[in-house]
Ligand binder design. Sequence first.
Ligand code: 5RP
Length: 249
Amino acid sequence: MPEKSAADIGKEAAARAAIALVEDGMRVGLGTGSTAAVMVRLLAERARAEGLALRCAATSQATADLASGLGLAIEALDDIGWLDLTIDGADEIDPDLHLIKGGGGALLREKIVAAASDRMVVIADQDKVVERLGMFHLPVEVIPFGWETTCRHVKSVLDEHDLAQRPVLVRRRDEQPYRTDEGNFILDLALEEICEPASLSRALNAIPGVVENGLFLNICSLALIGRHDGTMAELRRDPHELGEAEADE
Ligand code: 5RP
């Protein structure tokens, strides 16, 4: 077995803490990405060992394939209707628990699933915590029809947000535009710093052709952050105050 990297140790610590929140009979949303994949494996192990009856909705085909291969019961979100808890990764997490997501291309289903959950818990290693969002490229999912026109509108929105001339990159895979599970394209916005996330998110989503953007604002209530030494930090969002509670393992 190759030695685990520091980031892998952090991801596993966060994933272990998250699956401890799952109770028998729960309806659980399963996120996408490498951290979420660790969580899915651990959850499947626990469900098998303890005989937990869980109903799960996946945020991507990749997660659905992984989870069902491990014996978790995956159902369509609409068949479950509402979820008790969604556990997902993130690309950046700021002190208000606003997130950038979509590095793995699943932002649309991830946002739909999170918005259909009583609680969204984010799991990540310590490198994902930032003071201000924006160094990670902000993914924007657009439909292929007229995407270059949509891209021009996106650039106008950036101009209006003092983000003129920031690169807008079409995500590619195997030299073709990357396709999401919905068959859409992704534009990655290299913004460096997002000063007005709510206004930017609204303006991007108002463009015809934009399906969704990767800013997750006021959706996550708890972030479980795994440090590279295997210890944990919890970032909680409270309507009145934000606190950091240490919970060393
Ligand atoms: C996928 C996502 C992922 O949650 C995000 O990219 C984090 O992935 P990883 O855990 O591999 O760093 O938003 O669309």
